[in-house]
Design a protein around this ligand. Structure first.
Ligand code: PA5
Length: 467
């Protein structure tokens, strides 16, 4: 385990001329305290499902079935395929990206230290075929992850996987499947029970995008040989920091208030999520989904129009300096920038001494690649500040299970706080559900005929606009 270091956050570049005034921030702090005590009450009453996970999943009774399933998987198979989408896959992808070698699947078995891992997420038939054609099915376990059990993309992948397994491995096909789904509800749970397929649980009070620290992420983590105790401890320690203290002490509350003020007082309705480390690209993707799906809401908790949410934009330093930065520095000042800095790369990659460098590049001598990427992050943030842009920086003292646990819980907690600041329910996603209904209609699912009919009618009227 890398030392149990705590992540820190520098919000100094949110304050100043044309940015937030500390007096305004303190005023906002009063409303924020109400939200903080609301969260604390819900946590104490055990009503926030995701908040319980880092604590409860460390209990052996909760972890045991997941450990046993992972041990069986590792003993009998060498490849794991995660079949799921959105909150059911992005957390696991974030974890593999952060904690495993970039070319993990290509490493020889011993060096890899765990099962190979692939993902079937999109309903894209080419991706499906290109992966399944290459798998040795007899050594593969398909983990079908769906809280609801009804998501059409996952249902579609499962239908094809099931048929493939039945055809190629008629006697053992069920042993190549593991469902992760609601403990009681939904089609997958029903199928698990009726067909005798092994299944793990996503607790009923935890929604997809908040479920990373349940069997959804912990089962693959164990199959890959990751240290889930450290992951959970990191999350639990961050949870401890995020329940009290008010502004400048409680990191999730402080960041939520910054995002909320940036939007409501400074018209910054976009947030650029900008990690400077390839290993944190998956975190940016995961966080963007969490933020967007939780906060983009038409109605507030009382049913009044809210129309709120800020648009998260994925970026990656230093690559996007050569793609987006011109716009960020000189374009409209309508974004809040969230830098994530890795203070300790696994290998700093030192540059050769001056004598071995071409004269034009000799300024690199005595430095390292890690210093370069850190300097680029600091320079970009400084340049953005100089041009009046608002930003803050999350600092990671290295990337490990413990620090990732902190980072992911920080993301979840600040999203929950932001939801309550906007007065919306951050745990539902009615808009996504609406899109699902139209898709079911188009695919001829019983009960959804009116949705298909409505689309057909609109399509006929729109025909004249097709060029
Ligand atoms: O966060 C969410 O609720 C969504 O992103 C879901 O995870 C996604 O729609 C997949 O749903 P399910 O896990 O029910 O298949």
């Amino acid at each position: 385990m890398s030392a149990r270091k705590t992540i820190s956050i520098d919000v100094s570049t949110c304050f100043g001329k044309n940015l937030i005034k500390t007096t305004e921030f303190s005023k906002a702090g009063k409303a924020a305290l109400k939200v903080e005590s609301r969260i604390k009450n819900e946590v104490d009453a055990g009503r926030l499902g995701f908040w319980k996970l880092p604590f409860e999943m460390r209990l052996s009774a909760r972890l045991k079935p997941i450990v046993e399933a992972a041990e069986a998987a590792r003993a009998n198979r060498d490849t794991l395929v995660i079949v799921g989408i959105g909150g059911s896959s992005l957390g696991t992808r974030m974890m593999v990206n952060a904690l495993k070698h970039r070319y993990y699947n290509e490493l020889p078995g011993l060096e890899r230290g765990g099962m190979k891992i692939y993902f079937l997420e999109n309903s894209d038939p080419d991706s499906f075929k290109e992966l399944t054609d290459r798998l040795d099915l007899s050594h593969t376990l398909f983990n079908i992850v769906s809280k609801s059990g009804s998501t059409v993309e996952t249902a579609a992948q499962y239908a094809l996987v099931r048929e493939l397994l039945m055809r190629r491995l008629p006697d053992t096909w069920k042993k190549h499947l593991l469902f992760t789904t609601d403990p009681e509800e939904g089609s997958l749970r029903k199928m698990a029970e009726e067909e005798g397929i092994a299944a793990l649980e996503v607790p009923s009070d935890v929604g997809g995008r908040f479920s990373m620290l349940s069997a959804v992420g912990l089962f693959p983590a164990l199959c890959l040989g990751l240290n889930v105790k450290d992951l959970l401890s990191g999350a639990a320690d961050m949870a401890g920091r995020c329940t009290s203290g008010g502004l400048f002490k409680n990191p999730a509350l402080t960041l939520a208030v910054i995002h909320h003020m940036a939007d409501t007082s400074f018209n910054k309705n976009m947030a650029v999520i900008f990690p400077y480390a390839d290993k944190l690209q998956g975190w940016a993707e995961w966080f963007c989904q969490l933020w967007a799906e939780s906060l983009g809401k038409a109605l507030d908790e009382k049913g009044n129009p809210a129309g709120c949410g800020t648009t998260p934009i994925k970026a990656l330093g230093a690559i996007d300096q050569h793609s987006q930065m011109q716009l960020y520095i000189e374009g409209p000042n309508d974004k809040l920038f969230v830098f994530v800095r890795n203070e300790k790369f696994n290998d700093p990659a030192k540059f050769p001494p001056r004598t071995k460098l071409p004269a034009a590049y000799d300024y690199l001598a005595g430095h390292s690649m890690s210093e370069l990427i850190q300097a680029e992050e600091a320079a970009s943030r400084f340049a953005l500040t100089k041009t009046g842009r608002m930003s803050y920086e999350i600092r990671l003292p290295g990337i490990s299970e413990y620090t990732l646990g902190q980072l992911l819980f920080l993301g979840e907690a600040m999203t929950a706080y932001a939801g309550y600041l906007y007065g919306v329910n951050p745990f539902d996603q009615p808009g996504v559900e609406l899109g699902k209904k139209y898709a079911y209609g188009l695919m001829g699912r019983k009960g959804y005929e009116s949705y298909a009919a409505e689309m057909k009618k609109t399509a006929a009227a729109d025909a004249k606009f097709i060029i």
